[in-house]
Design a protein around this ligand. Structure first.
Ligand SMILES: Nc1ncnc2c1ncn2[C@@H]1O[C@H](COP(=O)(O)OP(=O)(O)OP(=O)(O)O)[C@@H](O)[C@H]1O
Length: 249
């Protein structure tokens, strides 16, 4: 049996207007791995993530979750395994209250009664949002919305967590909390972000996309030490690796 939870082979994506957003992308992710996908604006990160739970379907190439090829026929099975947190929390929250939003996923999986209550309470607790349970999602601050959006995914206990720009809009305290949460999540995770300091802390492996293609794939610290690669892909070293601007150390 393959030890890969995600396998992507020769994936290409062309949008209806002819933009080739992904070009021959191939990589796999093993159980428990934390992988960052980084790249400049327009590099293809969100397009790649959308293929992992079938929001976009491949016309050319293949995406497999476990042994299951992602296709129209396998969407339900795939989405039980892959929990996706979107870049914009408003795409994830649509019920009258936070509690109902967090309960929506597990209810669809057939969970009811006390078990459902436990799932919801546990997910809200993990993102420190129990006090928001009865609030309307559209009344929440940007950071609160993001935490609740994460809870809607955690409540389904996914084996793979996929997050598009998870630290966007978070204040430093909430960002720090989120980093703790991500480090505690023991299953596989794939994260896109321009917050390269968070990437350095959370992900042991980094894939660099440039112009829709995989430009590099390796240990995060090695990728960030490669100044030429970063320059060519319009990226910058994380601040924590840039040394002290005063003493040069
Ligand atoms: N619906 C669409 N129709 C046409 N082109 C699109 C569409 N969505 C994205 N693109 C194009 O596909 C390419 C990749 O976009 P994508 O959103 O995947 O990049 P990204 O790396 O996530 O960028 P960012 O860091 O800005 O979020 C870009 O050239 C973008 O203009």
């Amino acid at each position: 049996m393959s030890h890969h939870i995600i396998e992507i082979e020769h994936l290409r994506h062309v949008y209806p207007d002819g933009t080739e957003a992904l070009h021959d992308v191939t990589f796999s992710v093993t159980h428990g791995e934390s992988v960052a996908v980084i790249g400049a604006n327009g590099a293809g990160k969100s397009t790649l993530l959308a293929h992992l739970n079938g929001h976009l379907l491949s016309e050319s190439g293949e995406v497999r979750i476990g042994h299951v090829p992602v296709s129209g026929a396998t969407l339900e099975q795939v989405r039980r395994t892959v929990g996706m947190v979107f870049q914009d929390p408003d795409d994830q929250l649509f019920m009258p209250t936070v509690r109902e939003d967090v309960a929506f996923g597990p209810m669809n999986l057939g969970i009811t009664g006390e078990e459902l209550k436990r799932c919801v309470a546990d997910a809200l607790c993990r993102v420190d949002a129990e006090h928001l349970a009865e609030k309307a999602p559209y009344h929440l601050s940007a950071g609160e919305k993001r935490r609740v959006a994460i809870a809607t995914v955690l409540s389904m206990s996914p084996n793979v967590l996929v997050m598009d720009e998870p630290t966007n809009g978070l204040d430093p305290y909430a960002r720090r909390q989120l980093i703790g949460l991500l480090k505690d999540f023991r299953h596989s995770k794939i994260i896109t972000s321009h917050d390269l300091d968070m990437v350095l802390e959370v992900c042991e492996r980094t894939i660099v996309l440039s112009g829709g293609a995989v430009r590099a794939d390796g240990p995060t610290r090695e990728i960030f030490r490669d100044e030429r690669l970063l320059r060519e892909c319009r990226l910058e070293k994380p601040l924590s690796m840039q040394g002290c601007p005063v003493c040069g150390g």
